[in-house]
Design a protein around this ligand. Structure first.
Ligand SMILES: [Zn+2]
Length: 434
């Protein structure tokens, strides 16, 4: 895949993935097209044999793996992880409320969005809807309204003397999206109509996981088009690179990717990295004794975007660790183990970058600022697998519209391809010999 193909493919994936459910569906479509076989958690797998497989949980998390000689012949796994969710706003169950001729949507804040960036955006709705069919069976569908339906209007500068000073945002009262004027529509009827457009035949809506999203499509920005401005670059950029690398590599060795949901709210869920998903899948394939040995011969690359140096806020970075956009993937290090990287795993990743012919950089948070975390340390703790935390450098993380240099995403794809093709000797962490 050349650079331009990569960019077009990434733009399509971002546009088609307004929610974690859609990102998972997009990954499934690509895996299906590349011959991966779907396994269902509800069924007995037996020995699935040599091949390429994927499993989903909650329609929002996915594990895909390639076992060239089947589970019995697998000696080590090239593992990589990312997360499908992004911060934003989720609709409350009783979502519509009318007052003074305005119909607004009740929303909950999901994760830690940069709240100020959500004002005055053209927002649409997307997610998963559970409905009853004519036979009385429950069905699930993804919906995406695509067109702008709602807006969170700012308060005029003239009415807010604090607007450009120490402005605070009340999460309950200031961020209620405006849906329409006049009489409140029947929200369930709106959803039914939308579902029927997709040739389904629902009789009743019984539940939904719907999110607000910015309807502005991703764009190439910058004098030379080197920047990518889009929603959810954290962490769909990584999800995309992992799925592309696994599914399109002809020389792929035994490898596995895990795309977890709920990273932005702490990962403690059935579909999150603190849940049992990855362990459950591995335990179906390997006995406990084999699994322990396998993990000791495996490496996990946890990919989640990193903070690039912001030219307007240089002082927010540790002076000797200032990852630049277009400088290649970033290895994240933290003494407090907010990142799982060790000297050994950092060296392994640097070696892979060298093999792939891409530069790499390192990031350490300033001592006077709190360090974020990601799925790497969680999965490393759960499974005991050696882990390196890495990510594409970006600006404006958790803004409704984030900025990155798309060539860094292409570089991550190259490294992941080198990783999935890597020899087992590279995977075994070097150990001190006495
Ligand atoms: Zn992230």
């Amino acid at each position: 895949m050349n650079q331009e193909d990569y960019l077009q493919n990434l733009l399509a994936f971002l546009s088609a993935s307004p929610t974690a459910f859609h990102a998972t569906a997009g990954a499934r479509r690509l895996l299906d097209s590349q011959g991966f076989r779907r396994l269902l958690e509800s069924e007995d797998w037996g020995d699935p044999g040599p091949g390429a497989y994927y499993v989903t949980r909650n329609d929002s998390a996915l594990i895909a793996f390639v076992l060239n000689q089947g589970a019995g012949g697998c000696r080590s796994l090239r593992m990589a992880g990312a997360h499908t969710d992004s911060p934003g706003f989720r609709l409350k169950p009783n979502t519509l409320h009318s007052s003074e001729g305005h119909v607004r949507l009740g929303v909950e804040v999901y994760g830690g969005p940069l709240l100020s960036t959500w004002f005055d955006r053209d927002c649409s709705l997307a997610g998963r809807v559970i409905w009853l069919d004519r036979a009385g069976q429950l069905q699930a569908s993804l919906v995406d309204f695509k067109r702008p339906l709602a807006v969170i209007p700012s308060l005029a500068a003239h009415l807010d003397p604090t607007a450009n000073k120490e402005h605070t945002i009340n999460r309950q009262t200031d961020l209620v999206p405006l849906l329409t004027l006049g009489e409140a529509p029947d929200f369930a009827a709106l959803l039914l109509d939308r579902l029927r457009e997709d040739q389904t035949d629902p009789t009743e809506i019984l539940g939904f996981d719907l999110f607000l999203y910015d309807a502005q499509p991703p764009a190439r920005v910058g004098l030379n088009g080197e920047l990518l401005c889009a929603a959810r670059l954290d962490n769909l950029l990584s999800c995309h690179a992992l799925v592309q690398a696994l599914s399109r590599s002809a020389d792929c060795q035994d490898a596995l990717i895990v795309l977890n949901d709920h990273e932005e709210v702490g990962s403690a869920s059935a579909a999150g990295a603190r849940g049992s998903f990855l362990r459950d899948v591995l335990q179906r394939l390997f006995t406990p004794a084999r699994l322990a040995g396998l993990m000791a011969r495996s490496l996990l690359v946890s990919a989640d975007n990193a903070h690039a140096l912001h030219p307007n806020f240089v002082g927010k970075h540790e002076p000797e660790h200032q990852p630049r956009m277009q400088g290649g993937p970033v290895v994240k290090v933290n003494a407090g183990q907010c990142y799982a990287t060790s000297a050994a795993t950092a060296a392994q990743f640097a070696f892979l970058c060298r093999k792939a012919g891409v530069p790499c950089q390192s990031f350490v948070m300033r001592n006077d600022m709190a360090c974020g975390s990601t799925i790497g340390p969680v999965t490393a703790s759960e499974l005991g697998v050696a882990t390196v935390d890495v990510g594409v450098p970006q600006l404006a993380m958790h803004s409704v519209r984030e900025t990155a240099a798309w060539l860094d995403g292409y570089a991550l794809l190259q490294v992941m391809r080198a990783f999935f093709a890597a020899d087992e000797r590279l995977l075994c962490a070097p150990q001190v010999d006495l």
